[in-house]
Design a protein around this ligand. Structure first.
Ligand SMILES: NC(=O)c1ccc[n+]([C@@H]2O[C@H](COP(=O)([O-])OP(=O)(O)OC[C@H]3O[C@@H](n4cnc5c(N)ncnc54)[C@H](O)[C@@H]3O)[C@@H](O)[C@H]2O)c1
Ligand SMILES: *[C@@H]1O[C@H](CO)[C@@H](O)[C@H](O)[C@H]1NC(C)=O
Length: 349
């Protein structure tokens, strides 16, 4: 019997890629998303890419803070597990609008957990972030590191992790996997789904992408005086398809009958790449020159962050397959096919 998974935020960047992998793996997916930061076009494209499995996706435009609406979804379908992506993630905006972030991310999650509990669905995979390592004292980051947050967005991730640990202590029927993502980039190799470049990008690759398609004149590099190989910040970039596959491995762990409790896993490649190395890889993949403007360090940015991948490899039997060449190739393929994201018609339509 095919298992049915509720995916919150499933129209978003990581959610859409994960829903596709879920469908291809034979799961049924019910997506709830308020489309605050995404487009229903992504759902349509996922269904097309899934071929014969495309019929196994249902979409509801719902805000997870709307308890009545969530109740209805749970009343109509029995879920074997939930993957919870829905949330706001713009770090800078979270500094200016902390209540919006606490309201959306934390109240939304509490609502979801209450409805899950009421319906006896106690298996959860949650999107946490490497941001909970704050400024790590050393690398690679292992799951046992001390946790801290440097902004309200990061605090929402930290608090939700703690809430999950507490509910598991209170009720051992819960099985929860917290996935700490490093830096997801790239797109599905088809070029039909990817990161919709809305607003002013916070992250490196959406910015690079906007420069490459001529929407911005130059890339601003924040800091070139860090003690790294070339002075620019080092991060662990992970192909979004690898990241999505990590969720399938986490689900399999939830379903394999083992006592999980509340466990946390890093999803990264274990490799550190500097801003300049990433830009060079993107220039090579796209054949475009990315003009740079060097600016001062951005407050809150850590110098060097990359993952220890040992725990996920051992316990989830998952390991990233792709390197930065594939990430840049697929990012460019998506960007050049959809320079305005889902805002204009797909050339293949
Ligand atoms: N992209 C990253 O760099 C990164 C890194 C670490 C963790 N994460 C986390 O992964 C998750 C997914 O990130 P993403 O990059 O796909 O972002 P995204 O903005 O593309 O996706 C989030 C989705 O959630 C939806 N959403 C937001 N609030 C909602 C609400 N109250 N009710 C219903 N839907 C709501 C949005 O419309 C969007 O479709 C987020 O929780 C994010 O914090 C992302
Ligand atoms: C919306 O998504 C874009 C693309 O992933 C991202 O840059 C932006 O931070 C997101 N906005 C919010 C409020 O989460």
């Amino acid at each position: 019997m095919a298992k049915t998974v509720l995916v919150t935020g499933g129209a978003g960047y990581i959610g859409s890629h994960t829903v596709l992998q879920l469908l291809l793996a034979g799961f049924k997916a019910v997506v709830v998303d308020n489309l605050e930061n995404s487009s229903e076009v992504a759902i349509k494209r996922v269904a097309e890419l899934a071929g014969e499995f495309g019929k196994n996706i249902i979409f509801h435009k719902i805000d997870i803070r709307d308890k009545e609406a969530l109740e209805k979804v749970f009343a109509s379908t029995t879920f074997d597990a939930v993957i919870h992506f829905a949330g706001l993630k713009a770090v800078g905006e979270s500094v200016h609008k902390p209540l919006l972030y606490y309201n959306n991310n934390i109240i939304g999650t509490i609502n979801l957990l209450e409805v899950m509990s009421a319906h006896g669905c106690k298996k959860l995979v949650f999107s946490s972030s490497a941001t909970v390592y704050g400024w790590p004292k050393e690398v690679p980051c292992t799951e046992e590191f001390d946790l801290s947050a440097t902004n309200p967005y990061g605090r929402t991730k930290l608090f939700i992790e703690e809430i999950c640990r507490d509910i598991h202590i209170s009720d051992p029927d819960w099985s929860i996997i917290l996935l700490r993502y490093f830096n997801p980039v790239g797109a599905h190799p088809s070029g039909h789904i990817g990161e919709d470049p809305r607003g002013f990008p916070n992250n490196l690759m959406p910015f690079v992408q906007q420069v490459a398609v001529g929407r911005r004149p130059a890339l601003t590099v924040f800091g070139n005086d860090y003690s790294t190989k070339d002075g620019t910040g080092v991060r662990d970039y992970i192909h979004v398809v690898d990241l999505s596959d990590g969720h399938i491995s986490a689900l399999q762990k939830l379903f394999d009958g083992s006592e999980i409790g509340c466990e946390v896993y890093n999803l990264g490649t274990g490799k550190g790449t500097s801003v300049l190395e990433m830009v060079a890889a993107f220039e090579k993949a796209s054949g475009k020159e990315i003009p740079l403007v060097i600016a001062g360090r951005r407050p809150g940015d850590a110098e060097i962050v990359y993952a220890s991948t040992a725990k996920a490899e051992k316990e989830l039997h998952w390991k990233a397959k792709y390197g930065i060449e594939e990430m840049c190739r697929d990012q460019w393929n998506w960007a050049s096919m959809n320079p305005w994201g889902y805002g204009c018609p797909d050339p293949a339509d």
